[in-house]
Each structure stands twice: as C-alpha cells, then as structure tokens.
Design a protein around this ligand. Sequence first.
Ligand code: FAQ
Length: 325
Amino acid sequence: MYAQMIKSEATQDDPEKLAAFQARIDAGEKIEPKDWMPEGYRKTLIRQIGQHAHSEIVGQLPEGNWITRAPTLERKAILLAKVQDEAGHGLYLYCAAETLGVSRDEITEMLLDGRMKYSSIFNYPTLNWADIGAVGWLVDGAAIMNQVPLQRTSFGPYSRAMIRICKEESFHQRQGYDAIRQMAEGTPEQKKMAQDALNRLWYPSLMMFGPSDKDSVHSAQSMAWKIKMNTNDELRQKFVDQTVPQAEYLGLTIPDPDLKWNDERGHYDYTDPDWSEFFDVIKGNGPCNVDRLAARNKAWDDGAWVRDGLLAHAKKKAARQHAAE
Ligand code: FAQ
C-alpha cells in the first residue's frame, strides 16, 4: 500500500521535474535537503533512515544487557565503547532524517506506537556471553554488508552519515569475531557455547537483509532512486559467501546441512530463512518485541522531564534575547 501511495504521489509530480531529478540520480549526483525531490523519495528516505536509526538505538539493548557481566575488564571496555557507538549512529541518522522535515520526536513517537519498525534481529535475545561475540561477528557483519554500499546512496546527508558509521562498524565486527574466536578456541564447553550462539543467530542474521527479492515491496523503486544500491538477496548472498570461510576458520559449523559451494555460480548455495518467522517477528510477535518496545517507551517517559526542562530553558533564553533587542 505504501508503495502504491508513493507511486501515485510520484506521478502527480511534474513529469519534467521528475525526469530532471532522475537524470541527476543517474548521473551520480547527490541530492541535498533543499533540492527539489519527489514526495515519494522523501517519504521512502524517512522510512528507511528512521527505521535504521531506531535499529541502532534498540540494538543497544541486547548488548547493553551484558556490559555488567562481561568476563574481563578489557571486554567490558570494548563492549561499552561499541554500545556507545551505536547510540552515536542513531544520532547521526536521526539528524539525517531531520533534514527531510521530520523531527526526531515525531519519528521516535512513531516507533513507540508501532507505526515505524526497527530491525527484526533485535527481537532475539542474547542469552550468554557467546551471543555477544556472535552479535558482533554476524549482526555487525550483516549490517556492514548492507551499509558499505549505502555510503554511495543518492541522498547527501544519509550518504555522509554512512561513511562515518561504516568506519566504526568495522571495529564492531572485528571485536565480535575476536570474542567468538576466543570462545571457539577455548574449553570444549566454551566452544559448545560458540556453536550454540551461531546456531541460534544464523537465520535471524540472514533475515536482516529483508524478504527475498520476489517479496520485497520497495526494492525496485528504491534502487532506481539509489536509496538502496543492491537487492536484499544480492547482499544476503555476499554475506553468506563472506561468513562461511570465517566459520570454517573458527572450526564452527553453519547450521545449514544444504550449504555448499556452487562452482558454476561462484557462490555458496544456502537455505533461506523461514520467511513466516520473519514476517511474524516484524509484525510484533518475536521473542523480545514486547520487551524492546516497553524499554524504549520507559526510556522516553523517564526522559520527559529532561526534554521539558531543556525546552523551557530554550524558550526563556529566546524570550530574554527578544526583550534585549
Ligand atoms: N527488519 O520492501 P522491503 C545494525 C520490512 S543496523 C524489520 O525489502 P526495504 C547496526 C520493510 O521495512 C540494522 N523490517 O524493504 C547494529 C518493509 O516494511 P514497511 C538496520 C524489515 O526497506 C548492530 C517490508 O519489510 N539496518 O544492525 C526488515 O526496501 C549491532 C518489506 O521489505 C538498516 O536499516 C528487517 N530486517 O529493505 C546496531 C539498513 N527487512 O517499511 C546495534 C538500511 C525488511 O513497508 C547492534 N535499511 N523489513 O512497513 C535497508 O537497507 C532496507 O530498509 C532493508 C529493507 C534492506 C532493511
């Protein structure tokens, strides 16, 4: 329905303007906030950037849960820095969305009342320390696979935010791989925990790339506008091809008995996730959806006095300045 809405809004626009806009995109020019843009382009960006920002913020919850229980001081410092980085990523992205004429408060409220989504992956729990390594390795690994091409996305503020975010995401993936490597090379019990984390997080990580191309509602238009640079299945395949040798190096087994290298295609053949589970999770029925939204709502409510105080201070300052002029 959203796609239809976008399409009809786009056709309502002046055809000459639309053609000139598309020509700029095709020529690889960046679109900046004050430039003319079709309403559908603006709305698609708000949806994608907003969803991405919310994912960074909600994504702090499963890892933040382990900061106090990290096994060493060094691991604690690393995890703390990583989780803080995710908050920063959320802020860069909210700022990019704001340049499109939507306030951070507005899109936050849309997350809190369920009108906007965040990544499906954060509706799965982190049960033990091995999961923290697996999140860095797989979840940040999948996030980078998606985000590196987005550095070339057509909207300037989004593209520039992604350049900064990708630098930090590489460190996130490396620290996760290092943590899971230590578990995989540890005692038999630790290796078992690493394997169990991979077993539970493999398919949810594949789901991060979105539904298969035949079910993706937005891909065609988003790729024409260079809001997305690749299809969901293209990125998923790249992720599988990159991750299988990493698992082999760790001596861990990807939980997919049909996974095998296909010489003809030059890629691994793999089993798709259970798409009914994916759609169920994004509808709000994953293992942690209720907890995640409750935590965000509580943080929003608890912070109301800070927002009110800052606003009152800003208003008072403006009134004083006005009186002095
Ligand atoms: N989860 O037509 P498509 C991170 C929805 S960052 C939930 O294919 P699209 C860093 C989609 O919204 C992770 N919903 O959609 C980190 C649409 O529903 P709608 C976030 C999903 O937009 C690490 C419907 O399904 N990254 O993890 C998902 O063209 C560790 C149809 O799908 C980004 O957001 C999903 N996985 O493609 C932080 C990257 N997939 O909106 C902390 C930017 C699809 O019509 C700790 N986003 N849906 O109601 C994108 O590249 C795209 O938006 C996709 C989806 C690829 C996610």
